[in-house]
Design a protein around this ligand. Structure first.
Ligand SMILES: *Cc1c(COP(=O)(O)O)cnc(C)c1O
Length: 415
């Protein structure tokens, strides 16, 4: 992967691309929303389909010359249907956020009501945050996780729904380490005659592999990002029952987007094919097992985890007990200096600013892709502890950084 054509035209960008390739090789990608796609997905995403306009859907495009675009999109749709067991799939959303926008646009009018999880408790900007357009054109109320347990407060959610009478309830989260009970949320939605959008952006791969229960067939709409645990490259997806197919398709195009990014749709098709292989189920199980090992290792070192552990691919550490003077952003900076890349994250009952919050979030999808097993993950947990305990020691950060590079060399990404 030596970007030779870019280098001929633009050495500055080639340098940056080489730098990024090397950064990914030599650091631990533990940002819970990230993963590493295969070279096959990269090739599809970097293909000539970037040149093609294909507004519309397979068999009904607004431009000529779409026969190969049609083939690729049909394959992506077919495979997604098989992966998630959905009646209808739209693979054109440019990203998970655009997938959510399509659902809102399909079923809500401006001023309608969204009930979603508070961002500090693991929600997402596209679920009605004031800084997002959804927070401005819709009326938004939020539910929370239980302050003591860290689990979704399903009873509180039901009560909030009865009081607020939302038009849609949004479930699915960015920083929630536990299994989501889709039926409970569906029951809350049914009780007030609201739609239910289950946004599985983070756990698309876990749901496809059956290591997390599926909301497909439970919630009215399921959305996701395709670059997270499903490992199919940048993009988004909407899954729904046949009865909503036309509304969703119209809301994606022309409602919210222009021409689909057909090269990304090709990446999705290839990534979905890889995910249909039985080896992907094993991968997803390993992701979850590795997160469990990480959780236990960190707890053994005295860290407090929100909800006391994990059922999925991520852990959320609340640093306030073990390191009351160390904000999560500062911890993340020290870890990055030691080649461990994760993010500072808000925690329930947050007492700091979102720019330097009280927690750190770490996921195992990327490391598992490059073959980290339980023993290697345990060592990573030890290294995280060493750095967080010694954020002011350049020696410790240097030593850990060197060890991380060795671990990365033992688990190469792109050869
Ligand atoms: C990541 C994420 C999204 C979508 O993000 P994009 O960057 O637009 O793909 C949506 N919802 C949740 C809960 C997420 O974590």
């Amino acid at each position: 992967m030596d970007h030779e054509h870019v280098r001929e035209v633009d050495p500055a960008v080639a340098d940056a691309l080489d730098g990024e390739r090397d950064r990914q090789e030599q650091t631990l990608a533990m940002i819970a929303s990230e993963n590493h796609v295969s070279e096959a997905v990269l090739e599809a995403q970097g293909s000539v389909l970037t040149n093609k306009y294909a507004e519309g859907y397979p068999g009904g495009r607004y431009y000529a010359g779409c026969e190969y675009a049609d083939e690729v999109e049909e394959l992506a749709i077919e495979r997604a249907k098989e992966l998630w067991g959905a009646e209808h799939v739209n693979v054109q959303p440019h990203s998970g956020t655009q997938a959510n926008q399509a659902v809102y646009y399909a079923v809500l009018d401006p001023g309608d009501k969204i009930l979603s999880l508070d961002l500090n408790h693991g929600g997402h900007l596209s679920h009605g945050h004031p800084a997002n357009f959804t927070g401005q054109i819709y009326e938004v109320e939020q539910y929370e996780v239980d302050a003591d347990t860290g689990y979704i407060d399903y009873e509180g959610l039901r009560e909030a729904a009865e009081e607020f009478e939302p038009d849609i309830i949004v479930s699915g989260y960015s920083a929630y380490p536990r299994t989501v009970d889709w039926e409970e949320i569906q029951a809350a939605a049914d009780a007030v005659d609201a739609y239910h959008l289950a946004d599985i952006a983070h756990i698309t791969g876990l749901v496809a592999a059956g290591v997390h229960p599926s909301p497909v067939g439970v919630a009215d709409f399921v959305t996701g990002s395709t670059h997270k645990t499903i490992r199919a490259g940048r993009g988004g997806i909407v899954l729904c029952d046949e009865q909503f197919a036309d509304d969703i398709d119209k809301a994606v195009f022309p409602g919210g987007q222009g021409g689909p990014l057909m090269h990304n749709v090709a990446g999705k098709a290839v990534g979905f094919k890889e995910a249909l292989d039985p080896s992907f189920d094993e991968y997803a199980q390993n992701v979850v097992d590795n997160a469990d090992v990480l959780a236990e290792t960190l707890q053994d070192h005295g860290f407090t985890l929100v909800s006391g552990g994990t059922d999925n691919h991520l852990v959320l550490v609340d640093l306030r007990d073990s390191h009351p003077d160390l904000p999560g952003g500062d911890a993340a900076d020290a870890l990055a200096a030691a080649n461990i890349v994760l993010n500072g994250n808000t925690v329930p009952s947050e007492t700091r600013s979102p720019f330097n919050p009280s927690g750190i979030r770490a996921g195992t999808a990327g490391l598992t892709t490059r073959g980290f097993d339980a023993a290697a993950i345990e060592e990573v947990g030890d290294l995280i502890h060493r750095v967080v305990d010694n954020v002011d020691s350049d020696d410790v950060i240097y030593e850990v950084g060197e060890r991380v590079v060795e671990l990365c060399e033992e688990h190469p990404l792109y050869e």
